[in-house]
Design a protein around this ligand. Structure first.
Ligand SMILES: Nc1ncnc2c1ncn2[C@@H]1O[C@H](COP(=O)(O)OP(=O)(O)OP(=O)(O)O)[C@@H](O)[C@H]1O
Ligand SMILES: [Mg+2]
Length: 384
């Protein structure tokens, strides 16, 4: 890290200077962000997630920003904040929502991003814009490829490589041209002790979690690939990752899609809001990619490089049509925690019931055995 990063207030950094001189971000003062967001008032709030609340704002020079006000941090997390900010400051890609800046005042940690006028993919698929049907087929294809390219960059091109861990529709933001920008990479580690982001996430977005991550906390790039597969299916079909059926039963998007894929009824999978205006071969290809991505065994999933190759029609892996889509069976108690079908942003979770990130997940994803043997020296080896 450059010695100029003054998150703890010990060193002075000139505003307007990014690390290495090539980053467009700068340091904001708390006063400036307070003024830009009208005192972080309720009307400016865009939403609330696992790390804090996000507010719309306008700086004195007219730039529209989104300010994420993180929940209080402990001293250990403070250093991690600085490291993460430095990493995020280096990331530059057309499909990633990079940093515009940050503020590390005495008690506050705030991250500043460019404001995305079309908000999130979630708001268009299931939220406030859902009725307007602005997502035609061409835009959906652009969103699929763009978000895949953003992830490819994180997994394979930036150093150090970054695993997102929270790919979902609310973390795919849309600019004025509906170009997707993947947001919130890198901050998954910034969870103050005792606060379980996993709890929050399960309550809102269980359906995106790869089984090996939900059960054993095994994190790798292929967890993101799994989540991307669910996101892609959601984008093509307009269905939520987990739906609540009459009678309170919950069904995952893969469970819903499987019988139709099996019978080759691809047209029935397309979002009815498209009114039949879609390219059938692209739809099939997209479903095929999703089926490859959501395989239970992480080793079988393609890399994001392969996913991008298939989406562009270059990779031969995409030629073999998957006639089955695997479905994770989340346990009933986990399903009960999922509020994705009732609430859009995971608001209303009870932090007092927060527990360790992975401990309570054991036995909640049924019918799977841990294929990994863990040794005392930290090695993890796959059986067989
Ligand atoms: N730059 C931005 N422009 C416009 N809307 C944004 C921006 N950043 C975040 N939002 C919106 O603000 C809301 C809250 O975002 P936040 O990232 O805190 O929560 P989340 O995405 O629901 O969950 P997570 O904490 O897992 O990322 C979301 O609806 C998100 O789409
Ligand atoms: Mg987010």
């Amino acid at each position: 890290m450059g010695s100029s990063l003054s998150c703890c207030g010990s060193e002075k950094v000139d505003e307007g200077v990014g690390i290495g001189g090539n980053s467009p971000w700068r340091i904001f003062t708390y006063k400036e962000l307070h003024a830009a967001t009208n005192g972080f008032c309720e009307e400016n709030m865009l939403g609330e997630g696992g790390f804090g609340s996000v507010y719309w704002g306008k700086t004195s020079d007219g730039l529209q920003i989104a300010v994420k006000k993180l929940k209080s941090m402990n001293s250990k997390a403070e250093m991690e904040f600085a490291v993460e900010v430095e990493v995020l400051g280096r990331v530059r890609h057309k499909n990633l929502l990079g940093l515009r800046g940050y503020c590390a005042a005495a008690e506050q940690r705030l991250i500043v991003y460019d404001y995305m006028p079309n908000l999130s993919l979630l708001s268009h698929l299931h939220g406030q814009f859902a009725g307007e049907v602005q997502l035609d087929w061409k835009r959906r294809m652009k969103i699929a490829l763009g978000s895949a390219e953003g992830l490819l960059y994180l997994h394979h091109e930036v150093t150090p490589h970054i695993i997102h861990r929270d790919i979902k529709a609310s973390n795919v933001l849309l600019d004025s041209n509906f170009e997707p920008l993947v947001a919130d990479f890198g901050f998954a580690k910034l969870i103050p002790e005792g606060v379980s982001h996993m709890t929050t996430r399960v309550k809102g977005t269980l359906g995106y979690l790869a089984p090996e991550y939900a059960m054993w906390g095994k994190v790798s790039e292929s967890c993101d690939v799994y989540s991307f597969g669910i996101l892609l299916l959601e984008l093509l079909t307009g269905r939520k990752p987990i739906e609540k059926l009459p009678g309170g039963i919950k069904r995952t998007i893969t469970e819903w899609a499987d019988p139709m894929i099996l019978k080759g009824r691809f047209k029935d999978l397309a979002d009815p809001k498209l009114g039949g205006n879609f390219d059938e071969s692209q739809l099939k290809m997209g479903v095929n990619v999703a089926a490859l991505c959501v395989q239970n065994e992480p080793e079988k999933r393609p890399t994001m490089r392969e996913v991008v190759g298939i989406l562009k029609g270059y990779d031969p892996k995409g030629k073999v049509m998957q006639m089955k889509i695997e479905s994770v069976k989340y346990g009933d108690d986990l399903m009960a925690m999922d509020q994705g079908s009732d609430e859009e942003d995971g608001k209303g979770y009870d932090e007092s019931s927060a527990y360790g990130v992975f401990g309570p997940m054991d036995n909640r994803v049924q019918k799977m055995q841990d294929p990994y043997k863990r040794y005392g020296d930290g090695r993890i080896v796959k059986h067989g």
